[in-house]
Design a protein around this ligand. Structure first.
Ligand SMILES: NC(=O)c1ccc[n+]([C@@H]2O[C@H](COP(=O)([O-])OP(=O)(O)OC[C@H]3O[C@@H](n4cnc5c(N)ncnc54)[C@H](OP(=O)(O)O)[C@@H]3O)[C@@H](O)[C@H]2O)c1
Length: 298
């Protein structure tokens, strides 16, 4: 069982349950959400409930989610850490395109600084395509990390992270520039990234999984809710199946942070309440045996 409630993200401690802002864009993470008032309410409630870590990206919308965060929360609470990611852009139909030369990355950090209206971003993840689209051209890793390290030296970002990467990239990034986060897909139904989760922990680096409930694109939360083992543990603790799945993720290491995404205040409240779900050894063993159903990335 894990017991700590905070972990360093770069050189800043954050609570282990934060918020992922991707669901605050429209369908396919493209264009504005249909209910902007609901999105603003989710952001305000998150801050009211003590969320100090929000994960976003310029390419959510694009622009839409960063601007919503700024318009709703600026001036930001002093304790709030904003994390973004660079390395991709959107085409006119919402397609995801790598955009990750050093010059692209610098440009995207500048865009994030402007749209979030901050002088420094707390952590910038280099979003690679190693795990979800390895056939796409990758710019040389050292060049990308070097560009981000220069921005860190210039005071424009506080810490660097890596996303959608394999173990070799994590090792190289730790050795060369030092990182504060690894952000890969991981959850109860897709535990294939276990090696990288453990590697991050061995280096004292936060592991911040996306799709902790399974991908919204492929019905992950519904698959969790339908699993008989998850349902049995949920009934035992009188909590939701999604809360069991998130509590299981949290129990995988003290360096594991949650950023579940939602555009619903009720779901946000459930997700933050996972801090109080105490799974015992018997629960964890049962959940470890749940059949994996890996989902495709977006
Ligand atoms: N680095 C990357 O490549 C990458 C990729 C994907 C995501 N991310 C980041 O990771 C964050 C987390 O990923 P994610 O998969 O959790 O978020 P997500 O992709 O934003 O989707 C989470 C899904 O779970 C649902 N959900 C959330 N809480 C729920 C609850 N309590 N009960 C039932 N359904 C619930 C949401 O629907 P409702 O809105 O209806 O609650 C949504 O369909 C994202 O927001 C984003 O910031 C990064």
């Amino acid at each position: 069982m894990t017991t700590n409630t905070t972990f360093p993200l770069g050189d800043q401690l954050v609570r282990r349950i934060g918020f992922g802002a991707m669901q605050l864009a429209g369908p396919g993470v493209f264009g504005p959400h249909a209910d902007l008032d609901a999105c603003r309410a989710v952001l305000r409630r998150a801050i009211d409930l003590g969320v100090d870590h929000v994960d976003t990206a310029q390419f959510y919308g694009p622009d839409v989610v960063n601007e919503l965060i700024r318009d709703t929360l600026h001036p930001y609470p002093e304790h709030l850490r904003l994390v973004t990611k660079v390395g991709a852009r959107r085409d006119d139909e919402g397609g995801w395109i790598p955009s990750a030369t050093p010059a692209d990355l610098v440009d995207q950090v500048e865009q994030n600084l402007r749209s979030l209206d901050v002088e420094r971003i707390d952590l910038v993840n280099l979003r690679r395509f190693e795990t979800d689209a390895p056939h796409l051209d990758q710019a040389p890793l050292d060049d990308q990390l070097g560009a981000l390290a220069e921005l860190r030296d210039a005071g424009k970002i506080a810490a660097i992270g890596v996303s959608n990467v394999g173990a070799d990239t994590v090792r190289r990034a730790v050795e060369t520039v030092g990182i504060g986060e690894v952000q890969n897909a991981f959850g109860l139904l897709d535990r294939s990234d276990r090696e990288v989760l453990d590697l991050a922990g061995a280096h004292g680096v936060a592991y911040v999984p996306f799709f902790p409930l399974g991908s919204a694109f492929t019905g992950g939360p519904a698959a969790i809710a339908a699993d008989p083992t998850v349902r049995a543990v949920a009934a035992k603790h009188d909590v939701r199946a999604t809360q069991v799945a998130l509590a299981w993720v949290l129990a995988q290491g003290e360096h594991v942070l949650l950023i579940p995404g939602t555009s619903s205040v009720a779901h946000l409240e459930e997700n933050l309440a996972v801090a109080d779900v105490a799974l015992d050894e018997e629960d964890l063993a049962a959940l470890d045996a749940v059949e994996q159903r890996p989902v495709a990335g977006h």
